[in-house]
Design a protein around this ligand. Structure first.
Ligand SMILES: C[S@@+](CC[C@H](N)C(=O)[O-])C[C@H]1O[C@@H](n2cnc3c(N)ncnc32)[C@H](O)[C@@H]1O
Length: 306
């Protein structure tokens, strides 16, 4: 879900030196130790290196990610849950995918697949796709305890292993898109595997979050990075190899990538921080959420004659 960046890079920014000292991060200590993360950097990283880093990162962080996120995401409930974002929007309330009954659905970056399992429990026919065996394994373990069983596929979002027009719907809840070097390619791939008239809905961290440090407190309200700087945020090991990569797109970039893939953009939802939610984790907090958006949810469709 709702990814929270693994570190709080107070030094992140266009003026950062190529490799900054890594402050460490309790929430991701096991993954950082396992991968030997020693610093942060801002540098261009292509698709292959991003994918390699993401696979290793999510494998290494799967357990700790679930320690902090599983309950909120409903990972261990028999029928899963479909939560779009840290602000708690649930597909059962919002119906962003429309009618899911009998629909063939692909979930991109499904992690342990609580969303896919919820879709299956509510009449859909989902397939969950994710790069990380560690994340998928967590989903298999949850399914072994009961509830609907969903096919899971290990693959990268930039090359979907599915035939053209094989799905009615596609969705992603903070899966894959912030981590790929070529998100325009993901949009084209999703457009390819959707049937004409199909719908594609994905949530990502709101582009304006990029300019602030990942800090839930007052420090997280101080803009330190240019919104216009698309240079990826990278964590590296002692040899300088990426151990974690996150890519930035502006709001306009996201819209252009959707449109260039031949899709029609129907809506961009920027959820309010709900009054009932006093939870603070990672970069997410009521303090920040009440002032500026943390999530953007893009709703698009493939034209019926497309
Ligand atoms: C923040 S988690 C979200 C998982 C799930 N949607 C959830 O809500 O728990 C991001 C997921 O994206 C997956 N991911 C990252 N890069 C990917 C890529 N290039 N292709 C497919 N999945 C990817 C990770 O393995 C991870 O499971």
């Amino acid at each position: 879900m709702p990814e929270d960046h693994p570190t709080a890079p107070a030094t992140r920014g266009p003026n950062a030196t190529p490799v900054d000292e890594f402050a460490g991060d309790d929430r991701h200590s096991r993954a950082n130790a396992q991968l030997g993360t020693t610093g942060t950097a801002r540098s261009a990283v292509g698709s292959g290196d991003s994918q390699r880093a993401s696979r290793r990162w999510w494998d290494a962080d799967a357990e700790q990610y679930h320690d902090t996120h599983a309950e909120f995401l409903g990972v261990d409930s028999a029928d899963g849950e479909f939560v779009w974002c840290p602000e708690g929007l649930h597909e059962g309330d919002w119906h962003l995918l429309g009618d899911i009954s009998g629909k063939r659905i692909v979930e991109i970056g499904c992690g342990s697949a609580p969303c896919s399992r919820w879709l299956a429990a509510n009449g859909g026919k989902p397939v969950g796709l994710d790069l990380s065996a560690g994340m998928l394994r967590r989903g298999l373990a949850a399914m072994a305890r009961g509830g609907p069983r969903v096919p899971l596929v290990q693959a990268g979002a930039e090359a979907l292993p599915f035939a053209d027009a094989s799905f009615d719907l596609a969705c992603s809840s903070f899966g894959a898109i912030p981590f790929v070097a070529d998100s325009a390619l993901v949009m084209r791939e999703v457009a390819r595997v959707l049937r004409p008239g199909g719908r594609w809905v994905f949530s990502v961290n709101h582009p304006m979050r990029w300019i602030f440090p990942d800090d839930p407190g007052p420090e997280g309200l101080r803009a330190t990075v240019s919104y216009f700087d698309r240079t990826p945020y990278v964590e590296v090991d002692a040899a300088g190899a990426p151990t974690y990569v996150e890519h930035h797109r502006t709001l306009g970039d996201r819209v252009r990538e959707i449109v260039a893939a031949g899709l029609v953009l129907r809506d961009i939802i920027e959820p309010d921080w709900p009054e009932w939610l006093d939870r603070e984790w990672g970069q997410w907090s009521p303090l920040r959420g009440e002032i500026f958006p943390g999530t953007a949810i893009f709703v698009s469709e493939k034209p019926a004659d497309g």
